[in-house]
Ligand binder design. Sequence first.
Ligand SMILES: Nc1ncnc2c1ncn2[C@@H]1O[C@H](COP(=O)(O)OP(=O)(O)OP(=O)(O)O)[C@@H](O)[C@H]1O
Ligand SMILES: [Mg+2]
Length: 260
Amino acid sequence: MTEIRSILPLSVNGLCFEARGKRLVKEATFKIEAGSRTMVLGANGAGKSLLLRLCHGLLDPAQGTVSWNGDVSFSKAVRARQAMVFQRPVMLRRSALANIEYALKLQGVEKAERADRAYSVLKRVGLGRLADQPARVLSFGEQQRLAMARAWAIRPEVLFLDEPSASLDPSATHSIEESITAIAEEGATIIMTTHDLGQAKRLGTDVMFLHRGRILEQANASDFFAGPKNDLAQAFLRGDLLWWKRKAPYPGGGIEAQKI
Ligand SMILES: Nc1ncnc2c1ncn2[C@@H]1O[C@H](COP(=O)(O)OP(=O)(O)OP(=O)(O)O)[C@@H](O)[C@H]1O
Ligand SMILES: [Mg+2]
């Protein structure tokens, strides 16, 4: 049997994305190594979701390259080894279990194996009792967990998670974090966005801070949380509003940001 070659490292070089004549991702360059858990941080609209979608091959860059272990073509083999959980999950009009089984079918998993594998991940995200419910009647938080289970089931080498616990209560958030840790322990490399800084600290090995489409800081997580070098990243961690292109100090406080 031929050994399956890893799709990592992921190397992103000079990546730009434009829509409606506006540059929304600006010259992103970074490398992600196997086994890391990268937290992509930044304010609303910073470009986090776009960056994940570009890496996952869902958007075409205006410039630059995304290369998976040297492969820039985003081949079928590369696609098959990664999964993404979207900020707003999309479910098929069928049961929770069948949603996962369908994802397994697309991956070429044998029919006999699908139901068991689907049910075991559903249980692991705490949705075992909802296996036969139509996925679209599940609450938003349940759908988010189902989307996580669906991604987990295909045993990706790389898992993109776009705010996986944004609508979850504290106990469901805890369970999602346990799932992410378990998936990582099974060998997956995690690239995720979150607005929950505690979560980023708990889960991350690395941090990427985005502001207005540009990566302003990349660091290992402990260095970043001990004190980022970039002043906007410092302000972000303090919870200050990132004022845009201001000259005079704002009367009500806030930090002064330069146009980037
Ligand atoms: N197709 C598009 N056309 C025009 N603008 C877009 C398009 N897609 C995204 N944008 C804009 O690009 C910017 C970055 O969007 P993105 O969804 O990546 O932000 P984000 O960092 O994920 O924010 P959030 O934290 O709110 O999820 C936003 O200002 C958004 O309005
Ligand atoms: Mg987003």
